[in-house]
Design a protein around this ligand. Structure first.
Ligand code: NZQ
Ligand code: ZN
Length: 388
C-alpha cells in the first residue's frame, strides 16, 4: 500500500541535442553575476566551455569562476567556493559537469550565507537550509547521479574519513537543467559504466523494500529494463544517440524522488559504497558495484518474494519448476553477468581498499532502516570482506 506523500519536483528540464539553445532564456531570469562552476577541465577540451561563455557574454553576464571541482568534492573545496560565491555576489550558480559539479554547486548555494560551519550544520547535524540560497542551474555532461533533478549534495571530508550526502528539499533542487545526450559522448568508458551502475543501483535501493502491489515498483521495472537494454548498446557504441538519450532520461527518473513516493527505501549499498569512497576516493558507481552482490545475496532471504519478482520481471528468468530461492538467485546471477559485461569493478580491493581499512569503513557506514534487514556492524564487515 502506498503511504501518504507530497510530490513536488520544481526542476525544469531542457532535453535533447538543441537543449543548450534554451540557456539564454533561463539566464534572463537572473541578475548579472553568474558563477560558473566546473570540474577538472573536460569542458575546456570538448569546447563546451567556450560555447557557454559565448552565451553568457551575449546575455551581458559577469562570470566569476570556480574550476577544478574534483570527483567526490571535498569540504575544503566547499569552503573555498563559498568565499568566491560571496565575494562575487553570485545571483546564479551555473554548474557545468557531472554529479560532482552539480552536487558541489548545490552545497555552495546553501553554504555561502550559512552563518556557521556548513559541514557541521548540513552533514553532521543534517539540518535544513534556513538562510539565503543561491539558485543553481545545471548543464549536465555525465549521466548517473540524478543530481540534475534532485536536492542531493554529497561532500567528502578526508580528515574525518566521512563521505556524506545531504538530501535537501525542493528549494535547493536545480531551477533548471540542460540535458543534451551528445555532451555525454566524450565521458571515458570507465566513468560511463560507473554511471550506468549508479543508475541501476538508485533504482534497486528504492525497489528492494515493501513487497506489495505498488505502482512505483512497476515504473522501476520499466526503468531498469530500459537501462539494461540501452547500456548494452552504449558500451559497444558510446555515440549511439538513442541509447545515450534513453539512459540520460532514465537517470533523471531514477533519482528525482518520484519512485520513492509512498515507499520505504533501502540505501544500504550507497551507505557502504560511500564509506568505501571516503577511504579510497574511488569512483562512486564502482564502489556501489563492488559491494552490491555480497549485499544483495546476503539480504535476499529477507526479501525473497521481491528478489523473485526482480528475477522474472527485470531479468526475464523463466520460473519453470524452480524454487523461489533458485529463481531469485538466477536473477542476481543475471545481474552479475550484465555488470561484468559493461565493465564494472566487482571487488573493493580493486578500488584500493585494504584489510586494515575494513573496520573503519564499517564504522563510517550509516545504518539505514528502510530495507529488508537492518544490518549490524558485524554484517557490514562480512559484506566488505566478501568484496575483497
Ligand atoms: O572533472 P572533469 O574534467 O569534468 O572530468 C569528469 C570527472 O573526471 C569526467 N567527465 C564528466 N563529464 C565528462 C567527463 N569527461 C569527458 N567528457 C564529459 N562529457 O568524469 C569524471 C567523473 O565526474 P563526476 O561528476 O565525479 O561523476 P558523477 O556524475 O558520477 O558524480 C559523482 C558524485 O556524485 C555523487 C557521488 O557520491 C559523487 O560524489 N552522488 C550524487 C547524488 C545525488 N546528487 O543525488 C547521488 C549519487 O548516489 C551520488 O552519491
Ligand atoms: Zn549513487
Amino acid at each position: 500500500m502506498l503511504g501518504n506523500f507530497i510530490y513536488h519536483n520544481p526542476t525544469k528540464l531542457y532535453f535533447g541535442e538543441n537543449a543548450l539553445d534554451n540557456l539564454s532564456t533561463e539566464l534572463a531570469n537572473y541578475g548579472e553575476n553568474v558563477l560558473l562552476i566546473y570540474g577538472g577541465g573536460s569542458i575546456k577540451k570538448t569546447g563546451l566551455y567556450d560555447e557557454i561563455m559565448t552565451i553568457l557574454k551575449k546575455s551581458g553576464k559577469t562570470v566569476p569562476e570556480i574550476a577544478g571541482v574534483m570527483p567526490n568534492p571535498t569540504v575544503e573545496k566547499l569552503y573555498e567556493g563559498c568565499k568566491i560565491a560571496k565575494e562575487s555576489k553570485a545571483d546564479l550558480i551555473l554548474a557545468v559537469g557531472g554529479g560532482s559539479v552539480c552536487d558541489y554547486s548545490k552545497a555552495v548555494s546553501v553554504s555561502t550565507y550559512c552563518e556557521e560551519d556548513p559541514w557541521d550544520k548540513y552533514y553532521i547535524r543534517m539540518e535544513d537550509a534556513d538562510n539565503e540560497i543561491i539558485p543553481v542551474g545545471c548543464v549536465l555532461t555525465m549521466v548517473g547521479t540524478g543530481s540534475e533533478m534532485n536536492g542531493g549534495a554529497v561532500i567528502t571530508n578526508h580528515e574525518t574519513k566521512l563521505k556524506i550526502g545531504h538530501v535537501f528539499g525542493s528549494n535547493v533542487f536545480p531551477k533548471f537543467s540542460i540535458l543534451n545526450p551528445k555532451l555525454t559522448f566524450t565521458v571515458p568508458q570507465y566513468q560511463m559504466a560507473a554511471g550506468f551502475y549508479d543508475i541501476l543501483n538508485h533504482i534497486t535501493e528504492q525497489y528492494f523494500s515493501n513487497s506489495d502491489d505498488n505502482t512505483s515498483d512497476y515504473i522501476m521495472e520499466g526503468l531498469m529494463k530500459s537501462l539494461i537494454n540501452s547500456s548494452r548498446i552504449a558500451v559497444k557504441n558510446p555515440k549511439d544517440y538513442e541509447a545515450r538519450s534513453n539512459i540520460m532520461w532514465t537517470a533523471a527518473w531514477a533519482l528525482n524522488t518520484l519512485v520513492a513516493m509512498g515507499k520505504s527505501t533501502d540505501w544500504m549499498v550507497h551507505m557502504i559504497g560511500q564509506s568505501v569512497g571516503a577511504y579510497t576516493d574511488a569512483t562512486h558507481g564502482m564502489t556501489l558495484a563492488a559491494v552490491s552482490l555480497p549485499y544483495y545475496r546476503y539480504i535476499m532471504p529477507y526479501g525473497l518474494e521481491k528478489f523473485k519478482r526482480f528475477a522474472i520481471n527485470v531479468w526475464n528468468v523463466n520460473p519453470g519448476n524452480k524454487t523461489d530461492e533458485e529463481i531469485a538467485e538466477e536473477g542476481l546471477n543475471a545481474m552479475e553477468s550484465w555488470m561484468k559485461e559493461i565493465g564494472l569493478v566487482m571487488k573493493i580491493s580493486e578500488l584500493g581498499a585494504t584489510e586494515d581499512m575494513i573496520e573503519g569503513i564499517a564504522n563510517g557506514t550509516f545504518i539505514m532502516e528502510g530495507g529488508y534487514k537492518v544490518l549490524t556492524h558485524e554484517e557490514i564487515v562480512s559484506i566488505l570482506k566478501a568484496s575483497m
